[in-house]
Write a protein that binds this ligand. Structure first.
Ligand code: FES
Ligand code: FES
Length: 156
């Protein structure tokens, strides 16, 4: 089957098998390997991307379900050499070590920063429940997201 979608602002057409996962389309067909695969069973969140502006685990979605929709991956977040403010907050707070979980964490963080009204730690931790990190502990990640929410609200 043929699908047409937008990936990081560019139109994409692909002939796929009906069972192709969105994560496989992104990584294997489009070369967007910043979307990581940690488990392929929906548990780790390393494969998180945005579809029509909301964070989804791309290993739990068929590529066919993305037909006609807008997909944003970690490769589309920075503007050229300029990191997105959420990426800068992760860097400045040392919210990564090996970096394996980081693309998925940043994509979830962008979603949370866009929709949480307050930098409440409990709400941030709840929002991060689907993303696992083996390295950092979660405190610097939560702090980076809280800082980004406060900055978005103009009180950071
Ligand atoms: S690879 Fe998708 S949740 Fe782990
Ligand atoms: S920074 Fe290593 S798994 Fe999160």
């Amino acid at each position: 089957m043929r699908i047409r979608l937008t990936v990081n602002g560019a139109g994409v057409e692909a002939d796929i098998e009906p069972a192709t996962l969105l994560s496989a389309l992104l990584r294997e067909r489009l070369g967007l390997t910043g979307t990581h695969q940690g488990c392929d069973t929906g548990q780790c969140g390393a494969c998180t991307v945005h579809v029509d502006g909301r964070a989804v685990k791309s290993c739990l979605m068929l590529a066919a379900q993305a037909d006609g929709r807008r997909v944003l991956t970690i490769e589309g977040v920075a503007e050229g050499e300029a990191l997105h403010p959420v990426q800068r907050a992760f860097r400045d707070r040392h919210a990564l070590q090996c970096g394996f979980c980081t693309p998925g964490m940043v994509m979830t963080a962008l979603d949370l920063v866009g929709r949480l009204d307050t930098a409440d730690e409990g709400a941030i931790r709840h929002g991060l429940a689907g993303n696992l990190c083996r390295c950092t502990g979660y405190r610097p990640i939560v702090e980076a997201i809280a800082e980004s929410i406060r900055a978005r609200r103009g009180d950071g």
